[in-house]
Design a binder for this molecule. Structure first.
Ligand SMILES: Nc1ncnc2c1ncn2[C@@H]1O[C@H](COP(=O)(O)OP(=O)(O)OP(=O)(O)O)[C@@H](O)[C@H]1O
Length: 248
């Protein structure tokens, strides 16, 4: 299959830990601008796949390409982040004692020191960017509040905003709606769809109601490879998916 037009291209990827194949001949292709939902039972290899993409884990074999022709197996984690792959882990890690806005200022500053980021005069470009991100993550009205005072769902949104501040081409989002209220879950689906208008996104999630709201192609992993792929209706009607995952 051609790599052109892809943001992510995994072909025949395997990785073993002490002889156990956590990822087993995995092939997965994400088109530029696509959002994909990844589902699958515990231990299916979802986290390990993300670790391979971000350079945390090296595959034993197979190809991993980003943006068409960048061989990710030749780069380390810091390089890969700089090249435009942002990852959000399940647990939010915002700076609780700073305001929502300052969290974004810090994320925008990247390598700059914390003090200079917080006290330097902000360029008009930075201000516009912060306003845009606040709007995208539904936190404009909370900009001056401490991050500690946000709800769990709003903290997740702030962290997604911090990821956006780094201007990634591809966002990897791990279980964003775990612990959210139903209303927050539905808003998160809308929020990610907004982001997916100009980013590529991979979302790992167990919440099928949320996956349905996303309305995107779904890949079900099992034992380190793709078990089923297609629309949610197609995947959830697949008897193998029902047997190992949905029927449980
Ligand atoms: N560093 C490691 N050393 C040994 N085994 C590992 C390591 N990392 C992952 N595994 C094993 O690889 C398999 C895949 O794990 P992984 O965490 O990728 O699954 P997952 O699909 O993310 O599961 P969950 O939904 O529970 O997060 C599991 O059996 C896990 O125990």
């Amino acid at each position: 299959m051609s790599k052109s037009g892809t943001i992510l291209y995994l072909d025949g990827v395997s990785v073993a830990f002490d002889g156990f194949k956590a990822i087993n001949n995995l092939s997965l292709v994400l088109d530029q601008g696509e959002m994909r939902a990844i589902i699958g039972p515990n231990g299916a290899g979802k986290t390990t796949m993300m670790d391979i993409i971000t350079g945390k884990t090296r595959p034993n074999s197979g190809q991993v390409f980003f943006n068409g022709d960048v061989d990710l197996t030749k780069h380390d984690e810091a390089d890969i982040a700089t090249m435009g792959i942002g990852r959000k882990f399940q647990k939010p890690t915002v700076f609780e004692s700073h305001t929502v806005e300052d969290n974004l200022v810090l994320a925008l500053a990247g390598e700059r020191s914390i003090l200079s980021a917080l006290f330097a005069r902000r360029s008009s470009g930075e201000s516009v960017r912060i306003d845009e991100i606040l709007q995208t993550v539904r936190l404009t009205h909370r900009r001056d509040d401490l991050a500690a005072d946000l709800s769990h769902g709003q903290k997740q949104w702030l962290e997604i905003g911090m990821l956006l501040a780094q201007d990634p081409k591809l966002l990897l989002v791990d279980e964003p709606v775990a612990g959210m209220t139903d209303a927050e879950t539905e808003e998160t689906a809308r929020l990610l769809k907004d982001i997916a208008r100009d980013h590529s996104v991979i979302v790992v999630e167990h919440d099928m109601h949320f996956v349905r709201e996303l309305g995107v192609k779904v890949t079900c992993l099992h034992e380190g490879s793709v078990l089923s792929e297609g629309s949610l209706d197609h995947v959830s009607a697949d008897p193998r998916v029902v047997e190992v995952y949905l029927g449980r």
